[in-house]
Design a protein around this ligand. Sequence first.
Ligand code: WTA
Length: 652
Amino acid sequence: MSDSPQGGNLLHEERRFPPSPEFQSQAIAKPELYQAATKNRLGFWADQARGLLHWHTPFTQTLDWSNPPFARWFADGALNVSYNCLDRHVEAGLGDRVALHFEGEPGDSRAITYAELTTEVKKAANMLIAHGVKAGDRIILYMPLVPEAVIAMLAVARLGAIHSVVFGGFSAESLRARIDDADATVVITADGGNRKGSVFALKPAVDQALADGKTNVRSVIVVKRGGNDVEWNAGLDFWWHDEIAKHSDEHTAEGFEAENPLFILYTSGTTGKPKGILHTSGGYLTQAAFTHKNIFDLHPETDVYWCTADVGWITGHSYVVYGPLANGATQVIYEGTPDTPHPGRWWEIIEKYRVSLFYTAPTAIRTFMKLGREIPQKFDLSSLRVLGSVGEPINPEAWMWYRDVIGGGKTPVVDTWWQTETGAIMISALPGITAAKPGSAQVPMPGITLDVVSEDGVPVGPDGSGLLVITEPWPSMLRGIWGDPERYKETYWSKFGDRYFAGDGAHLDADGDVWLLGRVDDVMNVSGHRLSTMEIESAIVAHPMAAEAAVVGAADETTGQAVVAFVILKSRFVGTLSDEEVSQQIRAWVGEQIGAIAKPRTVFVVGELPKTRSGKIMRRLLRDIAEGREIGDTTTLTDTTVVRTINTAVND
Ligand code: WTA
């Protein structure tokens, strides 16, 4: 054990959990992976791409970095992503293996084998062809987590078209903005889905988004799930089940070039406008499959894997759909919330399906910690072998609880750091190799090179803190921002030139292990979901009553961060409503503009906002106030009375 000093406010104890000899002896990942990757990084990735995937046309080039920061991986090869996730497993004799154990929130369930999933995807692909879909077209998915969501993604991919999944919690406005930005031609949705014991409607938001008829959407395909009544636009709307029934289950997957776009996923950045992160096929699938197999120690013949993410997020893309299915895994997908109809629902699902590999977010773990260990302890969780965490830093206390209470004190926990932009996991322990350190994401994956640097780009070295950068291109990296190459360069590459700037602060301990410190920009992380302070601010100032707004992410025990808004009213509205009424209106408004996930937890109505002399809002100060801290140095404030006004508002 090293005597790593505690940097700054990092209060971590030096606890280490080496893999047990039993785990180690059966582990998929061997230490030689690291050696191979260090010795010949590109050769290592080429080996992974050849070993894990089927190529319609083998590639001869590994990386083309002649036009940085636009990478091309395996560019002269061709593959079909959907074939890699489906047909080849069936052809290998694994057609009877369950691909998806679907568990609906009301308690209905369905097991779908690889053979059945392949058939459904072929029919769906033929259906999309009949609706005019061809390679390169953009298809929006706005769906609950039901098998049809997975089928739709794979059907789009099968045709070389591009899907963009919009999380069902986003509003009609957000949906429309994405339809426009992607210039989509088809929307696949559902009448509704099940959540917290009732049906939530999705179709009305699609209707609203398309109401003015000014998009290029020509078909809306609707899965029947919620059973709620929906309006019908003849000529535009089609029931999924009617359409599918018309089509044959014969479809031959064609190879597309490795750099063919696979999906666009919108995520929050530091401006008001979400950016469409673009991922392509060969490199993405290679790294998704590689990380999934090695980090979760996947033995596909015996393991049952469950990742609790929704397909609306990157985790649902890489670790519900593409990684696990490329690896021929058997997995659980669950439609609903963890506490419906009772707070032990997740643990009941683990018991029911004998889940062995489980992947979830710290915010969920902290929620369960609060509810108490008696709940999970009522269930048999002995099937679990590996536990994963993603989305935000996991505090050592939650890490220990996860291992002890969910993992029976013996199950390895892997904390995986990555981003929508990185496409796949970049930093993680490997459970049969790494001695785990609670609270640290630890080491780069084999084949990934990173560093922690100062503002000037100088490596901080062991025991230093700074900014996380990735020093060399990686297979599943974003290929750009849809329709905006300049924004791609500016956002990720302008700060350090030749290194990718992740936007996260990090600490390197004396062993060189990485501890993530959260975002250093104006991106918040609420329950593991990315939200932009600017995006919420621009939504608030679009409200007729609001003159100015500032939004900060304040620390929150359960959700990691919470959205806190400071709002100045236009003078004619001052005093017309109570602060409580203003707060309600603003919260509802943000829900409509962006979606319920972006609603501020707290709205403070204030007279002024603290600004620097150059007019920048002092967010740090607002964060101090939102978190109830004493306010520090305010000498740069233009008007120190502002802080007093705000403080009064907060303390009222
Ligand atoms: C944060 C989610 C600490 C980080 C896969 C990153 C984490 C942002 C971790 C990306 C982790 C994700 N430890 N922080 N293990 N995983 N993050 O794009 O701030 O939704 O930049 O991707 O989440 O969020 P995104």
